[in-house]
Design a protein around this ligand. Structure first.
Ligand code: SF4
Length: 488
């Protein structure tokens, strides 16, 4: 059985009724397996889930790497607001990033939002963690986070033994409003977090095996690399709150302890006061994803207090990054943009690939939906280049702000109607809405590069904000649709 199958079965057995997501690595495949409903951004995906939860339905949000940053506002508030039926956020981290603009350790949202985070290590614990997350969410009336990684989702393991664990249609308890915000926080700290600590200590997801004087505390996927190395092992089921009593006993009972986790030293940094502890902070392991050989190296050097490591920074050439497709209809537009002597803010998606040779058409790209806000801050009028999913995700707010504040920006929308880099999911058509905000010029692609360049130069002369909507059909999407047509 694959990791994604374990999640699907757990979601079925937990009786989850509302599943929302935003496409992106490494959550897309799981979302499609679950038949999840696409949302324009993660904040909205969580808001939909909150609405389902308070009216009695169990809900799930699948978050791609970095998606927790977008839904953080309602997430943090929901901890003290409380929910109704179980609400689980699966945070899918992209380690050694393959499809994301940064590598983030979503476990950090546990202490930040003061919510339980479960960090499953294999197929069986993945299934059990999702079920337990619904139980604890309903017991504590807060969302619970399950952190997964691509390696865990794609790993194989024995079939899980299933059990029925449906909820009881719990609805939001409006007595929460009898307390002030301070009072709700006090309740959260005194009741909810204490109960979460007890659950973390008592859960059957914890596993301890004793063997010799050296121990490994391993969280998440690295736990599957830690077995059979001749050490004791402790696998905590929760990475927040940690089972501190169990951890203290484990550290006290061993001469030295290695903490194996990824990508950041999240647990190790909470144990760093102990001179017995080794890990990423002591240089025994490198930050980022781990392999079994890394653990072997760390154990060979475990008696040293620290290890000095060097690192070769990976280049795009080494990784073999894919560029803009040679038959992309937007190619002449990228080339025309490259000719402009103004700054161009790009966005996540295909547009970010034009930061590199042979285009060098885009100067900066700060994340999905950021282009218009960034371009409106340029010291001289410039361009925001983005796809239609980025516009819907959050760039539209950047445009509203730019119009409101009388800023100057030329928006160039690469309209292909899909989220091309994440598998061709349909994007909402917002051109009509765009036309209510700014003057819009439409152009069909492919078109001649010199004409496009001339048109962009003319558009840049317009005062204030305006938009060029360039329409073209993604060549990969056309191939996909043709393949699906032939398969019928
Ligand atoms: S995936 Fe589609 S839109 Fe993106 S570069 Fe390739 S052809 Fe163009």
């Amino acid at each position: 059985m694959k990791g994604t199958d374990a999640v699907r079965l757990a979601v079925e057995d937990a009786g989850v009724e509302s599943i929302t997501y935003v496409p992106g690595y490494p959550a897309t495949e799981l979302a499609e397996d679950l038949g999840a409903e696409i949302s324009i951004n993660e904040k909205v995906a969580l808001e939909v889930a909150l609405g389902a939860s308070v009216t009695g339905a169990r809900s799930l949000v699948l978050s791609k790497q970095l998606g927790l940053n977008v839904l953080a506002d309602p997430l943090v508030i929901s901890a003290v607001h409380t929910v109704g039926s179980g609400l689980v956020v699966i945070a899918a981290d992209d380690l050694g990033p393959k499809g994301s603009q940064a590598e983030m350790d979503s476990r950090a949202y546990g202490p930040l939002a003061e919510l339980p985070v479960l960090d499953p290590r294999d197929i069986a614990s993945l299934y059990a963690s999702v079920l337990e997350a619904y139980q604890i969410s309903e017991w504590l009336r807060v969302p619970a986070i399950v952190r997964v990684t691509e390696r865990l989702l794609s790993s194989q393991g024995p079939d899980v033994s299933r059990r029925e664990a449906k909820g009881h249609g719990l609805k939001f308890d409006s007595r929460t409003w009898e307390l002030t915000v301070k009072g709700r926080h006090q309740k959260h700290h005194f009741d909810v977090l204490r109960a979460a600590e007890e659950a973390s200590e008592a859960t059957l997801l914890n596993r301890v095996e004793i063997s010799g004087g050296v121990g490994i505390i391993a969280s998440g996927y690295p736990a599957s690399l830690a077995s059979g190395l001749g050490t004791s092992i402790l696998f905590p089921g929760y990475s927040h709150p940690l089972p501190w009593k169990t951890i203290r006993r484990f550290v006290e009972g061993h001469r030295l302890v290695l903490v194996a986790e990824e990508p950041e030293p999240f647990i190790e940094s909470q144990l760093r006061m102990s001179p017995k502890v080794r890990g990423k902070l002591t240089g025994h392991l490198l930050r980022g994803p781990l392999e079994r050989r890394d653990l072997v190296f760390a154990l060979e050097n475990i008696d040293r207090e620290s290890v000095v490591r060097t690192c070769q920074y990976e280049s795009t050439e080494e990784r073999g990054y894919s560029g803009i497709c040679s038959d992309c209809p937007f190619n002449p537009l990228y080339r025309a943009l490259a000719k402009l002597e103004v700054a161009v803010a790009g966005d996540a998606g295909c547009v970010i690939k034009a930061t590199r040779e042979p285009y060098l058409a885009v100067d900066v790209a700060f994340g999905l939906g950021s282009s218009i806000g960034v371009a409106s801050g340029f010291q001289r009028k410039g361009v925001a280049a983005l796809g239609d999913f980025a516009l819907a995700h959050s760039a539209l707010q950047g445009l509203i702000n730019a119009v409101w504040q009388g800023r100057e920006v030329l928006v160039v929308l690469f309209k292909n109607d899909v989220a091309a880099t994440t598998g061709g999911q349909k994007a909402p058509d917002l051109v009509g809405l765009l036309e209510t905000l700014v003057p819009v010029t439409r152009v069909k692609l492919p078109a001649d590069k010199s004409c496009l360049e001339q048109m962009l130069l003319e558009e840049l002369k317009r005062p204030g904000c305006s938009a060029v909507v360039a329409e073209g059909r993604c060549s990969r999407q056309k191939e996909k649709e043709k393949g699906e047509g032939n398969g019928k």
